[in-house]
Design a protein around this ligand. Structure first.
Ligand SMILES: N[C@@H](CCC(=O)N[C@@H](CS)C(=O)NCC(=O)O)C(=O)O
Length: 200
């Protein structure tokens, strides 16, 4: 989404996480997505790094400049999402990958972060004011994954502001524009270009 709003183009290689290509592992041994490689060979292997790089090139909607709080405050909240919340999400959603894990324990742990977000969102529609910022777009994919793990459970929560926020972001232009299914990449394929030459 950051690549799109900042109008960056790149070759996109869709991978199956259940069958990671060796080229991905060679580039980034931790082999999570996304990974961005520059023509120089330099690699960014954290989504936040990729977002920040893209927005440093061009930040037409001011994602770096929240209405409320500071850039550092946004990074702190993102750290909570990338750290404890992501850990709880993985142990809830993929409990079968770990030994002796009770997914409901991790769901309850993860819910604490949902509550924290919802309390912020009771004040403003977005995490740092009345318009979306870096924090909203960095955090929403993990909240969506958490919600979709058991949608009826998530929908029954009383966090109305959080539900509204999630719906607003997943109906936003950058989200819908990037949720396109690409064919899975194989060595030798013609490049598929992710192009976001939108004129604002
Ligand atoms: N801290 C990483 C986390 C990335 C991550 O966990 N991505 C998931 C997909 S949303 C993944 O690649 N999972 C594959 C795996 O864990 O093997 C980032 O923000 O880029």
């Amino acid at each position: 989404m950051a690549l799109r709003v900042s109008c960056q183009s790149c070759e996109i290689r869709e991978v199956l996480l259940s069958n990671k290509p060796i080229e991905l592992i060679d580039l980034s041994p931790k082999a999570t997505v996304p990974v961005l490689q520059f023509a120089t060979g330099h690699v960014l292997e954290q989504s936040l790094e990729i977002m920040c790089w893209a927005l440093e090139q061009n930040d037409p909607f001011g994602w770096f400049n929240p209405e409320r709080g500071t850039f550092g405050d946004m990074l702190d909240l993102i750290k909570g999402a990338d750290g404890d919340f992501k850990y709880n999400l993985d142990h809830y959603k993929y409990s079968g990958r770990y030994e002796n894990v009770d997914p409901l324990f991790y769901r309850t742990e993860g819910e604490k972060f949902l509550k924290l977000l919802s309390e912020r969102l009771d004040q403003y529609n977005y995490l740092f004011g009345t318009k979306p910022s870096l924090a909203d777009y960095a955090i929403v994919p993990f909240i969506r994954q958490f919600a979709n793990t058991d949608r009826p459970w998530f929908d029954a929560l009383l966090y109305r502001s959080l539900h509204k926020w999630l719906n607003n972001l997943i109906s936003s232009e950058p989200f819908n524009a990037i949720m396109v299914k690409y064919p899975v990449w194989q060595a030798g394929d013609d490049p598929i270009i992710f192009s976001s030459d939108i004129l604002y």
